[in-house]
Design a binder for this molecule. Structure first.
Ligand code: ATP
Ligand code: MG
Length: 428
């Protein structure tokens, strides 16, 4: 045998039955998006590298060390597998003038790529659902995207997710805070770890996000950005809070919530849980009013979030939430090869009427014993077996045998009028 080829480390196959959980989640998401009138966008997985370097910021974790970047060997273009969804959606919105007639509410679902150390909740190919409300400046929209998440948790049956918010203010306010922060950190430089030393002048705000326990005390005592916000920024934050309060959505103001990408301003948000160990952030986002201009568009405000699907599915599992099982409605038992044409013809009629039919596949030696077929019918989860016995077929009939309900009895139905009785096979 030839040598086996394995998947790339940190990139997962999603196979049945696990894939049914994904489809269910995506269905719930799509219904949610419809209720909030967010429209689907699908942008390429590969983008020009400068989109992310410029959009996310050169001194972010993603751009510094997590991007899958490569040179197109045919034309020398610098390309990158998208590490996040926002930059690509914004690029597309600019390229296709989506904002010419006002704001747009959009969502995406798809794979993202980051070269990180694979561990629970952290993969090299992972999936996000994200929303982007483009061209909309009001604090109501910040609150709207947060409340969408609350609705999603409710639709999924999740209760263990908490909202944390903060305001990063505007660039000038951040600059003033940054100077104070750098001064403070320089005064305590002996307590900085190597990462923090490196970031001290490139991205000091990120130091506040450190996971190093040895630096917690230092971080606790650091100047707080909120104290540097001007009136307009504070008013925006208060307006967001007023909506959350009115809607009865609890939140914690986390002054150390800064987020990884450089593009955020004003409101930043995270939804966190204690049930996933170190990777407890299931969703993160915020306002990014500068990004559209930064990547070449006419200045326009925007707000959105990205959610890690693997983490949400893990959380569903941790929370003991059962996802509806996908099983066929019927399993077609075919006693002999001679019955196959009639069985397949009926299966087509039933499928046309909306019934999910799993037809026993005959091997090259015929369909196999009835016992083996019924075993498979049971394992399939189908509620009914259709049995294409020779006697019934000769009378133009098929036997319908209930597999799950011991109280109901076997009946026969005409082959010719499937549409008239197909509904009996569907879930009540
Ligand atoms: P973290 O701090 O966990 O690295 P992040 O700030 O890099 O997260 P974002 O860029 O904000 O994450 O992405 C939004 C969401 O996508 C995260 O909250 C998380 O749920 C998910 N996510 C991010 N990176 C990964 C990954 N490598 N594998 C799985 N999910 C991820
Ligand atoms: Mg990260």
């Amino acid at each position: 045998m030839a040598e086996k080829i394995q998947a790339v480390k940190g990139m997962n196959d999603i196979l049945p039955p696990e894939s049914a959980r994904w489809e269910w989640f995506e269905d719930v998401v799509r219904k949610l998006m419809r209720r909030y009138a967010y429209l689907n966008v699908r942008v390429p997985i590969v983008e020009p590298t400068p989109l992310f370097v410029r959009g996310l910021g050169e001194v972010t974790d993603i751009v510094e060390k997590e991007m899958y970047s490569f040179t197109d060997s045919l034309n020398g273009d610098a390309l990158t597998l998208r590490p996040e969804g926002t930059a690509g959606v914004v690029r597309a919105a600019i390229e296709h003038s989506l904002l010419y007639d006002g704001g747009k509410r959009l969502f995406y679902i798809g794979p993202m790529f980051r070269h990180e150390r694979p561990q629970r909740g952290r993969y090299r190919q992972f999936h996000q659902v994200g929303v982007e409300a483009l061209g909309l400046a009001g604090p109501d929209v910040d609150a709207e995207v947060m409340l969408m998440c609350r609705a999603l948790w409710r639709d999924l049956g999740l209760t263990d997710v908490r909202l944390e918010i903060n305001s990063l203010g505007q660039p000038a306010e951040r600059q003033a805070h940054r100077s104070a922060l750098v001064t403070y950190l320089e005064q305590h430089s002996e307590q900085l770890d190597a990462d923090a030393q490196r970031r001290l002048h490139s991205n000091p705000l990120r130091i506040l996000d450190t996971k190093n326990p040895a630096m917690q005390a230092l971080v606790e005592g650091a100047p707080v950005l909120m104290d540097y916000l001007g009136e307009a920024s504070l008013a925006h934050f208060d307006a967001v809070r007023a909506v959350l309060d009115a809607a009865g959505q609890p939140y914690r103001i986390n002054p150390r919530l800064v987020r990884g990408m450089a593009y955020y301003n004003l409101t930043v948000i995270e939804w966190v849980t204690d049930r996933l160990g170190a990777q407890g952030t299931v969703c993160g986002g915020g306002r990014y009013d500068g990004l559209i201009e930064l990547i070449g568009g006419k200045p326009a405000p925007a707000v959105g979030w990205g959610m890690g699907i693997e983490r949400v599915l893990d959380l569903l599992q941790q929370s003991g939430i059962e996802v509806p099982v996908v099983a066929p409605d019927v399993y077609a038992v075919v006693p002999s090869a001679a019955a196959l044409p009639a069985a397949m013809a009926l299966a087509e009629d039933l499928r046309a009427a909306g019934v999910a039919v799993l037809l026993h596949a005959a091997g090259k030696d015929g369909p196999g014993s009835m016992k083996a077929q019924f075993k498979k019918a049971d394992a399939s989860g189908a509620r009914h077996a259709l049995v294409f016995g020779a006697d019934e077929l000769a009378q133009g009939l098929v036997a319908v045998k209930p597999l799950r309900d011991p109280a109901s009895v076997q009946t026969t139905r005409p082959l010719s009028a499937a549409a008239a009785w197909a509904h009996e096979l569907l879930n009540a």
